[in-house]
Write a protein that binds this ligand. Structure first.
Ligand SMILES: C[S@@+](CC[C@H](N)C(=O)[O-])C[C@H]1O[C@@H](n2cnc3c(N)ncnc32)[C@H](O)[C@@H]1O
Length: 407
């Protein structure tokens, strides 16, 4: 059999699960099996982690912890935290098209406008997940708002203040852990003042705040730098919870060409008019010393960041075509793959909405990597308490004894 790896006697449901995970990582069977072997030889961060067989396995039959998915979009956060055994007990997303996708993928319609939700109505949970809207802070969002003479950042009255809704929910519900995500520009917006306000607000609520910019390019063939903010309740975890962000995976991400469909519809090829416009636009920008313009993705490399405005002209990620044809934009399925969403997840909205949803989303493989690190800290805390619970009091409000089951 040479150096082929064979798996025998694996139940079908485990095979399916392995296959799903493999596809989401865009890996061949061989690459995936090698990754599993590599992972299994890594030493655990805490001895306990090795003992809590609840974690780190492919099969997670119980639900060791609960979470809420706020500003859920299409659930990129949810997928990552479910993969490590979490159970989503409440979701919030007001966009009706995102709700449609969320319903198709997770079987529930999220609650609507977060500003109309009373924090007390949100069930108690262990982890609050929230990729709060980024337009008030993103480079593109800020310049658009400036050109329209509108306020940005916290001064943007409709979108900028949503962070404070999160803070209020955290204050009232006191989830032990918060995991937030936003564009990298959040850190530098308003000369760093915006980030200072966010960090100090969370610290005043007695959370230990960790943050890091992670580039999705370590996981998928796309540069996507996002800031992740992971906070632990000091009253539970103390001032120095042993949290660290995940190290980049040891295996290389797949190349851009791996996400391509075989026979994309001709409608994705740019019209002569649009292609000419994009070239003229790029030329005039180059002449003025600006680097902006369309981007043809390198099939053997990584693309630029997929944005929510991809539906407009697809200019940031174009695909060169043979036979003298104009370049084409990605299909929605290719956009899904570029974000690491599994092919088994149906696309139930129009192309325009699908591009918006994928362009707004967080990469599930990245959230999964962060979730694994968060779970390690929970396991550490539970051992410290010695009562099988996240809380010293042993109250079952948070993570239950199931976490420590070793059978
Ligand atoms: C950056 S996206 C989050 C994407 C998500 N992390 C994902 O993986 O798909 C922010 C989301 O917040 C939603 N949103 C904005 N304002 C809202 C509000 N007032 N109430 C509920 N959802 C809101 C938007 O519709 C958008 O889907």
């Amino acid at each position: 059999m040479g150096n082929q790896i064979l798996i025998r006697n694996v139940p079908d449901h485990i095979k399916k699960r392995i296959d799903r995970e493999r596809q989401s990582l865009l890996m061949s069977q061989q690459e995936y099996l090698l990754k599993l072997l590599e992972d299994s030889t890594e030493s655990p961060q805490f001895p306990l982690f090795d003992d809590t067989k609840e974690f780190g396995r492919l099969e997670l039959p119980n639900t060791p912890f609960t979470f809420v998915d706020l500003f859920a979009g299409i659930g990129g956060f949810r997928i990552g935290f479910e993969r490590v055994g979490g159970r989503c007990i409440y979701s919030v997303e007001w966009d009706k098209y995102a709700q449609k996708t969320y319903k198709a993928w997770f079987g529930e319609v999220p609650h609507g406008d977060i500003r109309k939700i009373r924090p007390a109505d949100i069930p108690d949970h262990d982890i609050m997940l929230a990729g709060f809207p980024c337009q008030p802070f993103s480079l593109a969002g800020v310049s658009k708002k400036k050109s329209l003479g509108r306020e940005h950042g916290f001064k943007d009255k409709t979108q900028g203040t949503l962070f404070f809704h999160l803070a209020t929910i955290a204050q009232i519900k006191r989830p032990p852990i918060l995991v937030l995500e936003n564009v990298r520009n959040l850190l530098s917006h308003d000369k760093g003042h915006t980030w200072e306000v966010i960090k100090s607000t969370l610290e005043e609520l007695d959370y230990k705040v960790h943050h890091k910019v992670i580039d999705g390019a370590d996981y998928v063939p796309q540069h996507r730098k996002r800031v992740f903010i992971v906070c632990f309740d000091v009253r539970i975890f103390g001032k120095r919870p042993p949290f660290s962000f995940p190290s980049p995976p040891t295996h290389k991400p797949p190349k851009f060409k791996k996400i391509l469909e075989r026979n994309p519809d001709r409608k994705y090829t740019l019209s002569d008019h649009l292609w000419q416009y994009l070239q003229d636009y790029a030329r005039s920008h180059r002449e003025r010393g600006n680097g902006f313009g369309f981007g043809i993705a390198d099939p053997n490399g990584r693309s630029r960041t997929l944005s929510a405005r991809y539906y407009k002209d697809g200019s940031e990620i174009l695909i060169a075509q043979n036979g003298g044809r104009n370049p084409r934009r990605m299909t929605p399925r290719e956009a899904a793959r570029l974000m690491g969403f599994d092919d088994s997840l149906p696309i139930v909205v129009s192309d325009t909405q699908a591009y918006r949803q994928f362009g707004n989303a967080v990469i599930p493989i990245v959230t999964e990597a962060i979730a694994k690190q968060v779970v390690r800290v929970m396991a550490w805390q539970i051992t410290r308490n010695g009562n099988g619970c996240l809380l010293k009091s042993g109250k079952t409000r948070t993570t239950r004894k199931a976490v420590l089951r070793t059978d």
